[in-house]
Design a protein around this ligand. Structure first.
Ligand SMILES: O=C(O)CCC(=O)C(=O)O
Length: 210
């Protein structure tokens, strides 16, 4: 019998995919500019932050292919696993929660200093606490839709509202291939009820909010 390791028990980096800075000077390279922080507060999002290099992307893509197989030995560690959550039989929307427990790369992604530094700054230079992970995969040309929604509307049991979502792509996301769209200043308009459906030209549209 293969022994399944639950990486949720590990509260530090477990691989060498990311390097934890050890001095204030090493952290400095990950700092957002004052303009980026101001943009987040004004519009409710900030984009274009480099989070991964090519090697890290390749490792995560490989791990993703492995854990997409429902026969993966650690499959039981997923909180949720949907091979296809699309309502349209001609499209595919793979969706899972819990991969951080299963592979070293997805576990260590949570400690990515480019993410933890930015998140801390955007939350008012506070400590950052991980709430949950989520993976969406949409194959090219027949990807399923993630409907418009406000993330915090799923989390209102946690108060005060001091949350943010970090969307990290493993492929380029462009207007041509169907990138994520945001509703500007949505976070200043109060909490929405949960997602509705939106679809245009066969592309998936979603909205992230803090
Ligand atoms: O990538 C997407 O299509 C949507 C992601 C999303 O909705 C989320 O992470 O809350």
């Amino acid at each position: 019998m293969q022994l399944v390791k639950d990486l949720a028990d590990r509260h530090e980096l477990v691989s060498d995919l990311f390097k934890q800075p050890s001095t204030p000077e090493e952290w400095e390279q990950y700092k957002l500019s004052d303009e980026q922080v101001a943009h987040f507060h004004e519009y409710g999002y900030v984009s274009g932050i480099k989070l991964l290099d090519e090697t890290q992307i390749e490792v995560l893509r490989k791990e993703l292919e492995e854990i997409r197989d429902p026969k993966h030995p650690a499959h039981e560690l997923f909180y949720e696993f949907h091979g296809n959550q699309s309502t349209d039989p001609n499209t595919v929307l793979f969706h899972s929660l819990g991969h951080w427990r299963i592979t070293e790369g997805f576990h260590d992604l949570l400690w990515n200093p480019a993410f933890t530094m930015a998140a801390s700054q955007l939350l008012g230079n506070n400590n950052v606490r991980f709430w949950h992970d989520q993976m969406f995969c949409k194959p090219s040309n027949h990807g399923g839709v993630v409907a418009w929604h406000q993330d915090y509307s799923f989390w209102i049991r946690t108060v005060p509202m001091q949350h943010l979502t970090c969307w990290t792509g493993l492929d380029d996301a462009t207007t041509e291939n169907g990138c994520l769209y945001y509703v500007l200043r949505k976070s200043q308009m109060g909490t929405s009820t949960k997602a509705g459906t939106s679809r245009k030209n066969g592309r998936a549209y979603g909205v992230y909010d803090r």
